[in-house]
Design a protein around this ligand. Sequence first.
Ligand SMILES: Nc1ncnc2c1ncn2[C@@H]1O[C@H](COP(=O)(O)OP(=O)(O)OP(=O)(O)O)[C@@H](O)[C@H]1O
Length: 253
Amino acid sequence: MRIEARSLSFSVRGKALLSDVSLSAQPGETLALVGPNGSGKSTLMRLLAGLARPSQGDVLLAEQPLARLSRREIAQRIAIVEQQADTAERITARSVVELGRTPWLSALRPWSGEDTRQVDKALRTVEMEAFAQREWATLSGGERQRLHIARALAQQPGLLLLDEPTNHLDIHHQLSILNCVRNLKVTAVVALHDLNQALTCDRVAVLSGGRLVASGTPQQALTPDTVSEVFGITARQVRDAGGGAPHLSFHLA
Ligand SMILES: Nc1ncnc2c1ncn2[C@@H]1O[C@H](COP(=O)(O)OP(=O)(O)OP(=O)(O)O)[C@@H](O)[C@H]1O
């Protein structure tokens, strides 16, 4: 599903948290959102998810204004995993993932084999099948994070919004979750702090002080000059001795 932000601004008590942000992701693309702490990534995610209304501008999902969709219609199209997402504690891992099926259920459409299949598939994708019956309270931070992502995948959204999904994850699961997201046919917007992980996405948008300062392909948006200026460091592009894609190395300026 195509997502577009048109001239989005958002203020709280007269303070501008986002100013005139325009960006889009095409169906199936993975768009990385990067920027320093407090630059507005989570705020933008919440506007894209319809969890907050922009002060100005519009969010269009598959060319339809989000503001015109009902909560249920939004839930059938958009899944979000927020930073510090938490869940009631007396519940099993599997039940958390089953919550992802809620937007598709109704009195006329009770739980079916298809729902069970989607939950199984999501648990497999995040490599958490073996934990399905565990109590939520007994799980580690990374295991909970993977289950939140599984819950979002079980929702079968057209747009997946992930706010720092690799937080808490060991390097194997960081790479495997990002790989899985990039390979999904679903459009994804992913807030990331690891700029080298952002380099592996289809497109990158760079926020600074609530404004969009660069966007485009990773090579266009994440130039050493832009990264140095936005993060107040010195960035250099380097290549492994064995060739391969360039990546960034960082030093304090
Ligand atoms: N309700 C609010 N009232 C006042 N300021 C707020 C409110 N919510 C967020 N902010 C401020 O807006 C700015 C953007 O916050 P946001 O959480 O979007 O940043 P972020 O880029 O996701 O940061 P991080 O990388 O630290 O997660 C921050 O300075 C934050 O303190």
